[in-house]
Design a protein around this ligand. Structure first.
Ligand SMILES: Nc1nc2c(c(=O)[nH]1)N[C@H]1C(S)=C(S)[C@@H](COP(=O)(O)OP(=O)(O)OC[C@H]3O[C@@H](n4cnc5c(=O)[nH]c(N)nc54)[C@H](O)[C@@H]3O)O[C@H]1N2
Ligand SMILES: Nc1nc2c(c(=O)[nH]1)N[C@H]1C(S)=C(S)[C@@H](COP(=O)(O)OP(=O)(O)OC[C@H]3O[C@@H](n4cnc5c(=O)[nH]c(N)nc54)[C@H](O)[C@@H]3O)O[C@H]1N2
Ligand code: SF4
Ligand SMILES: [Mo]
Length: 740
């Protein structure tokens, strides 16, 4: 008899954490729709959420490990694959040390349970300083400004969109991206609610995006100038005596330094560079200050630029100056169910070590990905000879992909943990495929720490596995190999030891919520699970809402979350200052020296005459996800997406017409794509989406290869970065456009 069951799970594809209702009949998924009872998303879903089934069934998705033999891929057993890894990695580590093995960690690592828990032990086992990730083509500026201002790089305030009266949004398009560093399923619904309660959304973006169209006001801005605009707002707040730091007054140091520097950025000074009239800048400053509650929020467009850290810092400076930080309707710090309070006494700093070739300072334990190719190509002691990638595609997603592609081809050994043979993993000697989303459990370690409400949800695997190995097991086995314990070492044993050690330490720690308890009793509870779920259970039960293993019968545990398949809501965000502050001063450091230095450099740029010419920016599409998911016909079909957007005036100047093939060029590279002419883009700006260029030989992406598009990152340079964070510059890139 056929049996139909409704199961519920959290979508792991983007930061929005939507609840899905997945209908399963006879072991197969028949329907996926939004879970109307989800405590956070209330049924909201985007077109990607329902395609987890197609991802599951994609014939190109690897179910078993493959190794490269000659020019071809051969499926092998897991045993054989790990033996290959051991034979490839160990001699390099033994002969040249751990630094000879680099790691690149891609975006989906923050969308699995294994990534946040099992990558670090792997990196430690390799013993390498050559750690790179998608963070330095993304949000590293936010980590740096948050670390320097609040003490910890993950103390990131999020806009309280559900309670604010005024949201100033820069360089973000959450109606398409579904939000970033601000986890909130259903941005359109939340913005509509904001407007219905009489609030206002102002969007600052060189493109009239979907979000901009829904906003009450949209301002075009010349790409790369947000730091100037934000500084001008700060200048207005001081000059017009609109600052009201309210509850924060006793928690701030550095106010006078900021006021001094801001005086150099009056709206009248920056207006022409930003393309925003001075009077508009003044009005926005006044409106923000006058709103009952208001908040500034900036994202990808403000971070992936030359002054990304300064812009990120200024957003929070404004929030401090108007008393919005840590206040309802302002910018607040979430309290995730698994989180620990940040440890004081070790304030954040950068540059604890430097990259070998170019001397880039370490930031948050890693090095800028723009210098990965340097480390592979440059001979000498410490040269990178092998690479481990986990869930990434840097050939398409990081600057100068052509050069990196060549560098990867020169490696002695490479292993990729991924379920696709993409533009990057095609260089691997061994590819190890983890299970697809429907075959794994989920709890959103990363995004509950960035969520506009405090919620928790745990998903059980919906379907069984089909030959894939759980990702925590893959990562643990790689760690065991890297540390010399061999390809046959049992990951379950290693995992059990590490949990036992954690518990033994906690019961001995007077500050732990389970201080003095019997470790065997605690482990007895935990050992009903394994892998990341066991660690999650420990973190939840000892966390801010935890049951402390029976001390609080109403408290949280994995079992309790399983009883609540639509999630548990802990309500709106609560103030967390000053407890959260772990800076040396114990205060909010409004003028951290490394940022002030770069801000002074920004002030000095005002003396030079502004450059002209076209600037390239990126954009995202609802039916796409960075460089992947282009292999699902249901998402990929339809109008060509990888086109160059251009304003009619610029098209006339360049002599190009709608649908023409154009060459977009600069000293780093050239790409050719179809032009779309639209006045939704600011004059002087052109746009290409990233994550395309699926026409490289040796990949296995049959559907994606039919609509390859071009790699916009061939135009991004590895020679420039946001100085304090080492973040790549992916927006405001000078280019020329001509007819092909
Ligand atoms: N020009 C330009 N470039 C950009 C950006 C931009 O705005 N403009 N955005 C940047 C940003 S924000 C980001 S985050 C990066 C993303 O850059 P990357 O993280 O390097 O690339 P992704 O395209 O996310 O690739 C993800 C890979 O992970 C695999 N994968 C998916 N799920 C799993 C899983 O559960 N486990 C494992 N092991 N693998 C999995 C997919 O098959 C895919 O191969 O791109 C950046 N690049
Ligand atoms: N559908 C879809 N959703 C995604 C992704 C995806 O690829 N597709 N990727 C996910 C990832 S990894 C991330 S990090 C998030 C990112 O989420 P968002 O931060 O919302 O990123 P984008 O949608 O790229 O929006 C960035 C906006 O910045 C604008 N911009 C470019 N340069 C500048 C500038 O100098 N100043 C200003 N003010 N604006 C500028 C661009 O025009 C664009 O509209 O999205 C996530 N969600
Ligand atoms: S918005 Fe994000 S989390 Fe929600 S369904 Fe779409 S991809 Fe999944
Ligand atoms: Mo990202």
């Amino acid at each position: 008899m056929s049996q139909t069951t409704a199961t519920f799970r959290t979508c792991p594809l983007c930061e929005a954490t939507c609840g899905l209702e997945v209908t399963v009949r006879d072991g197969a998924v028949t329907r996926i729709r939004g879970d109307r009872d989800d405590v956070f998303s209330h049924g909201f879903i985007c077109p990607k959420g329902s395609t987890l089934r197609q991802l599951h069934d994609d014939p190109d998705r690897l179910r078993a490990p493959v190794i490269r033999r000659g020019g071809d891929w051969e499926e092998v057993s897991w045993e054989e694959a790990f033996q290959m890894v051991e034979a490839g990695l160990r001699p390099i580590i033994e002969q040249h040390g751990g630094d000879a093995v680099a790691a690149y960690l891609g975006n989906p690592n923050v969308h699995t349970m294994a990534g946040p828990l099992y990558v670090k032990p792997l990196l430690k086992a390799i013993g390498t300083k050559n750690i790179f990730s998608a963070s330095t083509v993304d949000q590293m500026p936010k980590h740096v400004s948050s670390g320097l201002m609040f003490g910890h790089p993950d103390s990131i305030p999020v806009p309280d969109v559900d309670r604010t009266d005024y949201l100033l949004m820069l360089g973000a398009n959450p109606f398409v991206s579904n939000g970033s560093l601000a986890t909130a399923p259903d941005w359109p619904g939340r913005v509509e609610a904001l407007q219905e309660r009489g609030g206002k959304l102002v969007v600052v973006d060189p493109i009239r995006t979907r979000t901009a169209q829904a906003a009450d006001e949209h301002l075009f801005i010349r790409p790369g100038t947000d730091a100037l605009l934000l500084f001008a707002i700060v200048a207005v707040l001081f000059e017009e005596e609109l600052t009201a730091t309210r509850h924060l007054a006793d928690m701030i140091v550095g106010l006078a330094e900021v006021e001094d520097l801001a005086a150099r950025f009056a709206p009248e000074v920056v207006a022409d560079r930003c393309g925003v009239p001075a009077e508009t800048i003044r009005r926005i400053g006044r409106e923000l200050a006058a709103a009952p509650t208001g908040v500034a929020y900036g994202r990808v467009g403000t971070h992936t630029v030359e002054f990304g850290t300064v812009a990120s810092w200024l957003v929070d400076v404004i929030n401090v100056l108007i008393g919005a930080l840590d206040a309802p309707g302002g910018a607040m710090f979430p309290l995730a169910a698994h989180s620990r309070p940040p440890r004081s006494g070790r304030p954040f700093r950068t540059g604890r070590w430097q990259s070998r070739v170019k001397g880039y300072p370490e930031v948050r334990g890693e090095l800028p990905v723009v210098t990965l190719a340097d480390e592979i190509e440059t001979p000498g002691e410490g040269q990178v000879r092998a690479l481990v990638t986990v869930a990434g595609n840097p050939v398409l997603s990081t600057p100068d992909g052509a050069r990196l592609d060549g560098a990867l081809a020169s490696l002695e050994f490479m292993v990729g943990v991924d379920f696709y043979i993409n533009e990057t993993t095609r260089h691997a000697d061994v590819i190890l495929p983890p299970p697809p989303p429907l075959s794994r459990g989920h709890y959103d370690f990363a995004f509950y720490t960035l969520s506009v409400r405090n919620v928790a949800n745990y998903s059980l695997p919906t379907l069984g596995r089909n030959g894939e190995m759980d990702e925590w097991e893959i990562l643990t086995r790689l760690a065991l190999i890297a540390s010399g314990q061999g390809a046959d070492a049992d990951p379950a044993v290693a995992d059990g030891w590490s949990v036992a050690m954690t518990v033994n330490q906690a019961v001995a720690d007077p500050n732990s919520p389970i201080s003095g308890r019997d470790p065997e009793e605690i482990l007895g509870h935990l050992n009903q699970y394994q892998g990341p779920t066991r660690i999650l259970d420990y973190l939840l039960r000892t966390g801010p809402y935890g049951d402390r293993f029976g001390d609080d019968p109403d408290g949280l545990s994995v079992a309790r979350l399983i009883e609540h398949p639509h999630g548990i809501d802990f309500g709106p965000l609560q103030p967390r200052l000053p407890d959260l502050l772990t800076t040396a001063s114990g205060k909010i450091e409004l003028a951290p020296p490394p940022i002030m230095e770069d801000a002074a450099r920004l002030a000095d740029t005002l003396a030079a005459s502004p450059g002209g010419g076209l600037l390239l920016v990126g954009r995202r599409h609802l039916r796409s996800n960075n460089s992947w998911m282009h292999n699902l016909e249901i998402l990929a079909k339809g109008k060509e997406r990888c086109t160059v957007l251009m304003h009619p005036d610029d098209a006339i100047t360049a002599g190009v017409g709608e649908g023409d093939q154009v060459r977009v060029s600069n000293p780093t590279g050239t790409v050719t794509a179809t032009v779309t002419i639209t006045d939704d883009i600011m004059p002087g700006v052109v746009s290409l989406p990233h994550g395309w260029g699926h026409d490289m030989a040796g990949t296995r992406l049959t559907v994606a290869a039919r609509r390859p598009g071009v790699n916009s990152n061939l135009l991004a340079s590895t020679l420039v970065t946001d100085a304090p964070s080492g973040n790549a510059i992916l927006n405001a890139i000078p280019v020329t456009v001509s007819k092909d």
